[in-house]
Design a protein around this ligand. Structure first.
Ligand code: CMP
Length: 174
């Protein structure tokens, strides 16, 4: 075989090996990520606390393998509601959302589990209960998109900030 052809073959092989290595490391990242213990902030919202659903929702949460490592019942002021949902301040539903969150007591809690953030969002179901899958908290209990019974953090950084918003380190017992 000519030397140039051999070189070409070697270079194609090297690229394939690099691609395979990259794929292996992505799979490793996904597997590692899946095993990471995460914490997420959950809120049992006014529509649920007012219908005495705290225990029923906690039972679903615990049955799904989450550990409730911090929990308290609080009544937020409208200003605290506005601060918590600041990320939505330009959305048309912001005022109603903040008024609703501060309209009655809520249960704020820290949930811990492998992959807690995405798993809790799956357990809650779609924001709009019309689209929530059977077996999810919102499918079972939510009244509407506004009164959708529960909130859960949507990402690692958000979770850290939302947890800090309500809890000090000493209140979180893993
Ligand atoms: P939550 O997951 O707590 O995050 C923001 C909340 O805004 C959301 O649940 C809903 O209760 C409420 N909301 C009201 N209208 C909308 C909308 N059109 N899109 C998204 N969230 C909405």
């Amino acid at each position: 075989m000519r030397k140039e052809t051999k070189d070409q073959l070697r270079s194609v092989r090297n690229v394939r090996v690099q691609q395979t290595n990259r794929q292996v490391s992505i799979i490793t990242i996904i597997k590692t990520r899946k095993k990471m213990i995460e914490r997420t902030l959950s809120i049992i919202k006014p529509d649920a606390t007012m219908r005495n659903l705290t225990g029923a929702i906690n039972s679903i949460i615990e049955s799904a393998g989450f550990r409730i490592i911090a929990q308290k019942r609080v009544k937020l002021t409208i200003e605290q509601g506005q601060k918590f949902y600041e990320v939505h301040k330009d959305r048309p539903f912001y005022d109603d959302l903040c008024r609703f969150l501060s309209s009655a007591p809520v249960i704020v809690q820290v949930l811990e589990k492998e992959n807690a953030i995405l798993d809790y969002r799956e357990l809650m179901g779609s924001t709009n209960p019309i689209n929530a899958a059977e077996g999810t908290i919102r499918h079972r209990f939510a009244v509407s998109i506004d009164q959708n019974s529960v909130h859960g953090s949507d990402a690692i950084e958000t979770a850290a900030n939302e947890i800090k918003f309500f809890f000090s380190e000493i209140e979180i017992v893993g």
